[in-house]
Design a protein around this ligand. Structure first.
Ligand SMILES: *[C@@H]1O[C@H](CO)[C@@H](O)[C@H](O)[C@H]1NC(C)=O
Ligand SMILES: *[C@@H]1O[C@H](CO)[C@@H](O)[C@H](O)[C@H]1NC(C)=O
Ligand SMILES: *[C@@H]1O[C@H](CO)[C@@H](O)[C@H](O)[C@H]1NC(C)=O
Ligand SMILES: *[C@@H]1O[C@H](CO)[C@@H](O)[C@H](O)[C@H]1NC(C)=O
Length: 379
């Protein structure tokens, strides 16, 4: 594929790129390794043959507006402490919700922040999402709407909100060194290279995350029945264990922190009956010529240093039928599966949470047909 000429700092706008049918368009921005400074953000638009370039400041405004326009109900009362500010969020977006939420936000701001730390976790979230996009090539192959929806958000479901993005970004950087964009910034990757490198990165993360974030010789492990006690990323790291939901949320947070789009998937009730139990796992967006697709994997906790090869962590290339729950006996038409979303505008569905029955605060997407098709074929 041809590469767009690197835009000068002042030249924001659209650039049309010739893409052949077998390529995935990547829209790299500009990043200065010496100063560790992002100079320009490149977005892949909905129109797949155009790149949109914007300044970091403009990108931050767009991202903040997106997060605020779709903010989850849990986050409204403490919006100010999360880093939303009434003046910064006056989105030009014509979202009806925005007006109502905007009013709520303004009513919350009763006093100025006294310690000067008024940017909560929002600034870190925006900063590291853009930094990840600037150094990891796979992030440029994500359509802008997918990046906004599944990389930028600071929340996966209703877990406690904490400032984990920098910690996860920094913790994984050494393990992902070989994929960092080289100094001659605009290296060209074919669609296949983007997919391959992203899948390799997912495997490395699902292999090493548990020991990197664990205590010496004590990787993070699985322990049953801990949701909703221990299920936000920092609690899982501090305790060193969690059950399926907490481990899935930690893996999703880690993937997002390096620019990989990920979301929580799960069934609140096997065969439609909560007495049969429930399960959560992870879906990852794989960009592709066909517009891309969501595929799934399971966290593989408990891998200690030195055990990486024998443990053979789950990855995106694995035959779906190799996962314990992915079998026709479990997907005979009665099991429902949902995945989490962030935007409020596209779906009226909520993500049912086995640990929060009746809580409709997380938007969901119905994945039942996908899993019934894929796992229903596993004999
Ligand atoms: C946002 O976070 C980055 C990274 O930690 C930091 O360098 C910058 O000063 C922060 N900006 C504000 C306005 O706090
Ligand atoms: C969800 O499943 C876990 C074990 O997998 C179980 O401990 C928990 O009680 C289940 N929750 C509900 C609401 O069924
Ligand atoms: C699906 O499997 C469950 C558990 O074995 C069984 O109770 C149910 O009758 C099956 N439903 C159909 C439609 O086959
Ligand atoms: C999800 O999809 C399944 C299969 O198409 C359907 O039976 C179920 O009613 C849907 N769930 C909701 C909440 O719409």
């Amino acid at each position: 594929m041809n590469w767009p000429a690197l835009p000068l700092a002042a030249a924001v706008g659209l650039a049309t790129v010739a893409v052949d049918a077998s390529s995935i368009l990547s829209c790299a921005g500009a990043y200065d390794h010496d100063s560790n400074k992002i100079l320009m953000i490149g977005w892949r638009g909905l129109n797949s043959d155009a790149c949109l370039y914007e300044t970091v400041e403009d990108a931050r405004v767009t991202m903040t507006a997106y997060l605020w326009n779709n903010v989850m109900v849990y986050d409204i009362p403490r919006a100010i402490s999360l880093g939303f500010s009434p003046s910064a969020n006056s989105a030009s977006d014509t979202n009806v919700i925005a007006v109502e939420e905007q009013r709520k936000l303004q009513s919350l701001q009763t006093q100025p922040c006294i310690d000067g730390l008024s940017d909560g976790i929002l600034n870190q979230t925006l900063h590291y999402s853009l930094l990840a996009k600037s150094i990891y090539p796979w992030a440029d192959a994500l359509p802008k709407d997918v990046f906004m929806e599944y990389v930028v958000p600071f929340a996966v479901a209703n877990e406690p909100r904490t400032d984990y993005r920098q910690l996860l970004f920094d913790s994984l950087r050494d393990s992902l060194k070989e994929w960092e964009r080289s100094l001659d910034a605009n290296q060209i990757m074919s669609g296949e290279e983007v997919q391959t490198s992203m899948k390799q990165a997912v495997k490395v993360i699902n292999t090493r995350l548990w020991s990197i974030l664990g205590k010496p010789n004590k990787p993070i492990v699985f322990n049953a029945g801990l949701t909703p006690r221990i299920y936000d990323p920092l609690s899982v790291i501090a305790y060193g264990h969690s059950s399926c939901t907490g481990l899935a949320i930690l893996l999703i947070a880690a993937l997002r922190s390096v620019g990989i789009a990920a979301r929580l998937a799960g069934s609140p009730a096997w065969w439609g009956d909560a007495d049969n139990g429930n399960h959560s796992w992870v879906e990852v967006f794989l960009p592709g010529e066909d517009g891309g697709k969501w595929i799934f994997l399971e966290p593989t906790p408990g891998i200690a240093e030195g055990d990486e090869d024998t443990a053979d962590a789950d990855d995106l290339d694995r035959d779906p039928c190799k996962r314990w729950f992915c079998h026709s006996s479990r997907f005979n038409g009665t099991t429902r599966v949902y995945a989490t979303m962030y935007t409020k505008s596209e779906s009226s569905l909520f993500h049912p949470m086995a640990w929060g029955v009746g809580d409709e605060g997380v938007v969901g997407v119905n994945r039942s047909d996908y899993y019934t098709g894929v796992c229903g074929a596993c004999l």
